[in-house]
Design a protein around this ligand. Structure first.
Ligand SMILES: *Cc1c(COP(=O)(O)O)cnc(C)c1O
Length: 429
């Protein structure tokens, strides 16, 4: 019998899968080294093909907020599997989860289930364009909204004017309809609106950014966007694929007390199964087919097994509201531990944290947008990442990703994490 290791699996994978991975960031390209192949995970720990255990600080990029292999969610899936894996016809489970989402997100009056965050954002902007009969959208530099063509636009210094595609295959025609502005800069948004009168369908953003590292909105920023959208008939889309059900039951909207017109969801909403959703004001959502003219569909949308996982996850979160203060406390302890390490070592790096999202930026600047995030020393981050892995801690393999704390991170694990952080920071300086 051949005993496969991460190394042998990665070598084999590269023969059949581009780069050996089904999503690029898994390839460890920006941190150096080869990806680990995971065999199983339970609670806070993930186990690789070589038999190593890691404290998981990514949690499948967010979904596993309760830790891995949670019994309630697993049991719901097993029950659902017994009734067939898919019908392609409506089920009661879809109503249950839709009702729950509408309860947890007051701005969401109607919701459509899809299969990923990418599908949710693509559908939401199509809907916004159809509803407003306008063509352009505004997105923010460093915000990620999945890999839909309209979102793969680099801002660069031409931010105030026209989008430039940052992936081959995205046409200039698509790119010109995506305007970009720096995050946390209301004036830049005002300027874009003024130079494109009555032609902006939507503003889409991560209300707390997690895809350029964790960056929080400045005081008044979200409210400012809300007001601009109201004044100019623009649809405000909060992309809560990451923040939804993570920062609070009602996502960033509940935390900052702002209602979006449309909200996109993913990650936690599927409890680990591939699920996304978009929803919002009834009047806008009724523009979606079959009631309205904007077409959007999915063979496996609302899949019964996925709905069972998602429903179990969301009901658990709803009936355990104390989870959010617990997560915040745990994450604050991690932050304080890291800060104390930095000061002991005479280092001056920046830590951003909100709720259970936290980033250590290898920069001494305040990190408020993509420009400032890019001042981070990514080579040093690579060393830190590999060092932490060596200490048994699995971080996101990129400086520009937030970490996700789960409910199974105990004080004991916080201590392990903080000790590993000290040891590694010391060894790389
Ligand atoms: C992950 C993410 C997406 C894309 O979701 P997928 O399920 O990977 O397609 C979109 N928006 C945000 C904010 C995300 O974090």
């Amino acid at each position: 019998m051949i005993i496969e290791t991460s190394k042998s699996l990665f070598n084999k994978a590269q023969n059949f899968i581009p780069g050996g991975v089904n999503s690029p960031v898994r390839a460890f390209k920006s941190v150096g080294g080869d990806p680990l192949f995971i065999k199983s995970a339970k609670g806070a720990y993930m186990y690789d093909a070589d038999g190593n255990a890691y404290i998981d600080m990514i949690n499948s990029w967010g979904p596993m907020i309760l830790g891995h292999a949670h019994e309630e969610i697993g049991a719901a899936v097993v029950e659902a599997v017994k009734t067939s894996l898919s019908f392609g016809a409506p089920t009661e489970a879809e109503i249950d989860i839709a009702e729950l989402i509408c309860e947890m997100f007051p701005s969401v009056e109607k919701v459509r289930m899809v299969n990923s965050g990418t599908e949710a954002t693509m559908s939401a902007i199509r809907l916004a364009r159809g509803y407003t009969d306008r063509e352009k959208i505004i997105k923010f530099e460093g915000c990620y909204h999945g890999h839909g063509d309209s979102f793969l636009i680099a801002a660069g210094s031409g931010a105030a004017t026209m989008g430039v595609p940052n992936s081959p295959g995205v046409t200039e025609g698509v790119a010109k309809d995506t305007l970009t502005a720096p995050y946390n800069d209301l004036e830049a948004v005002k300027a874009l609106i003024e130079s494109n009168p009555d032609n902006i369908a939507a503003i889409i953003l991560e209300p707390v950014a997690g895809n350029m590292g964790c960056i929080t909105p400045k005081e008044g920023y979200l409210q400012g966007l809300r007001t601009l959208c109201d004044e100019h008939g623009i649809i405000l889309i909060f992309d809560e694929v990451m923040t939804g059900f993570r920062l609070s039951q009602g996502g960033a909207q509940e935390l900052f007390n702002i209602s979006a017109d449309l909200t996109t969801m993913g990650k936690i909403i599927g409890g680990g199964m591939p699920v996304g959703a978009y929803g919002g004001k009834k009047e806008i959502m009724e523009y979606v087919s079959p009631v309205g003219p904007v077409y959007q569909a999915g063979t496996l949308s609302g899949n019964p097994v996925a709905m069972a996982a998602g429903y179990a996850m969301l009901s658990h979160l709803k009936s355990h509201p104390e989870i959010y203060s617990q997560l915040e406390n745990t994450t604050k302890k991690i932050k304080e531990g890291f800060e104390s390490n930095l000061s002991k070592l005479g280092l001056n790096y920046t830590i951003n944290q909100i709720g259970s999202m936290i980033s250590l930026f290898f920069s001494d600047k305040q990190i408020v947008d993509f420009e400032t995030a890019k001042t981070s020393d990514t080579e040093l981050f690579g060393k830190y990442f590999r060092g932490m892995l060596n200490e048994g801690v699995y971080l996101a393999p990129s400086q520009f990703e937030t970490l996700f704390v789960s409910t199974v991170i105990t004080d004991d694990l916080v201590n392990k994490l903080v000790e590993a952080n000290y040891k590694v920071l010391q060894s790389i300086h």
